[in-house]
Ligand binder design. Structure first.
Ligand SMILES: [Zn+2]
Ligand SMILES: [Zn+2]
Length: 279
């Protein structure tokens, strides 16, 4: 049975997130550890971290891992040297904040090579991860997320994630987050019964389900294989609700919603997932 949750706002302070998650009906949740649109790094002081841990316990989120999503500004294979350096520093800070908070997993998009080529991009991402992990020796595990493959974004094939993991040689510190919207947009046919089965088998053969620690449960506003990343509420996009009905019953790893529509949408979609699960 899949534990379910959603991306929760940290407006007003990160320590407010657990209560907010509880009120939405989450069993686990995902946060940004700071404003994801700014480069300037924030340090989380020990008092704030203590409050977060206390609130997490108080609201019953100790049994399940909690996730953080890294800033969208970070590009682990930026073609510009300054941007690459800045990205590596920002990633070190993301990892530090997760460790301070006791967040178990940090989800990150692999990056966009900006025209330097896929081979270069994959090698550079692996180099970034190896360097950053060597500098931090974190408790947090980094989860590479599958992408829709917009522009020169990497991670739109499961093989690319497998290659990065192999190349960075990080002894279990780099694993995987699968996003249903991104898989579908990248050309994995989740919407047909046969395509769904094949994708599940491919995940096992190429990555191994043991490496998958999080599922992002999002429907897709854009059609199959469009390579466009636009999330939709469950059942109102092109993937359709049957896929989510199957996933919550078959998969035991946590599922996180990242859908539009605000708190009401989160509440409604979480209730729907719990209903699918118990049906
Ligand atoms: Zn996602
Ligand atoms: Zn997305």
């Amino acid at each position: 049975m899949m534990p379910v949750g959603c991306h929760v706002s940290i407006a007003g302070g990160v320590a407010l997130a657990p209560q907010r998650a509880k009120e939405l009906g989450c069993e686990t949740f995902q946060i940004f550890t700071q404003n994801q649109r700014q480069w300037k790094s924030m340090v989380i002081d020990s008092q704030t971290a203590g409050e977060f841990r206390q609130e997490r316990k108080k609201h019953g989120f100790e049994q399940q891992p909690v996730f953080s999503h890294a800033s969208y500004l970070i590009n682990m294979c930026a073609s510009d040297a300054d941007n690459l350096r800045r990205s590596r520093t920002a990633l070190i800070d993301e990892i530090g904040r997760c460790d301070t908070l006791g967040v178990e997993y940090l989800v990150i998009h692999p990056g966009s090579h900006g025209g330097k080529g896929e081979e270069w991009g994959l090698a550079t991402i692996a180099e970034t991860l190896a360097e950053v992990l060597d500098k931090t020796h974190p408790a947090v595990i980094v989860l590479l997320e599958t992408t829709a493959g917009q522009g020169t974004a990497l991670g739109y094939r499961l093989e690319q994630l497998a290659e990065i993991i192999e190349q960075c040689n990080a002894a279990g510190k780099v694993q995987v987050c699968l996003d249903t919207c991104h898989l579908f947009a990248a050309g994995y046919p989740l919407h047909t019964a046969e395509g769904y089965r094949k994708t599940m088998r491919d995940i096992d053969a190429i990555l191994g389900w043991d490496k998958v620690k999080c599922l992002h449960l999002n429907d897709s506003l854009k059609p199959f294989a469009s390579r466009k990343d636009r999330h939709a509420q469950l059942g109102v996009g092109e993937i359709g609700e049957d896929v989510f009905r199957s996933l919550v019953k078959e998969i035991k790893i946590p599922g996180i919603l990242e859908i539009p529509g605000g708190d009401e949408a989160f509440k409604r979609n979480l209730a729907m997932l719990k209903e699918f699960r118990s049906a």
